[in-house]
Design a protein around this ligand. Sequence first.
Ligand code: GRF
Length: 194
Amino acid sequence: MQKSIGIKKANVAVFISGTGSNFKNLIQHSLKKNSKYKISLVISNKSKAKGLIYAKKYKIHKKVINYKNIRNAEKIIIDLLKRKKIKLICLAGFMKILSANFIKKFKGKIINIHPSLLPKYKGLNTHQKVIKNREKFSGCTVHFVNSKLDSGKIILQKKIKILKGDTSEKVAKRVLKEEHLLYPKALEKILINL
Ligand code: GRF
């Protein structure tokens, strides 16, 4: 926990691999007056992840992790999480699978955002599948991470309507907008109980 202007804020780490729009959005939300958290660390498995520019912009400690050896990679991450007194891990487009050991160690303290209405469409290419299957709705889900892919307990979900003439790109854009509203809400919700 960290003290800032009289409010104790929980230290949060964000794990990314790409664009980092959710990372940026979580940072911006954390800067709001009543936010209960502070982004203290960003981890990326890719040195060229676009989202890392926000670490520089907002002066957030960043660490690029070489994932050639997952055991070593996770050891480095665990040390850093301890050092930074991280209370919660937010996965935001992180494309590596965490080991069962790691997940066990941080049980109830890792959350993820997924671009579908889970339990439907786990894994990749969710929007393409939604269009192909002529779904009437799609959306996004924030959930706890357990050892099965995209299967942990759901924290919050937002539904959107699939419109006539929708493409997977159009749906992706609208869902991402909703992700940016949903993720900070889910984060604040679970921080109350941590
Ligand atoms: C989002 O669609 C998220 O749901 C998924 O990966 C994407 C990450 O986007 N897990 P960004 O890097 O936050 O822009």
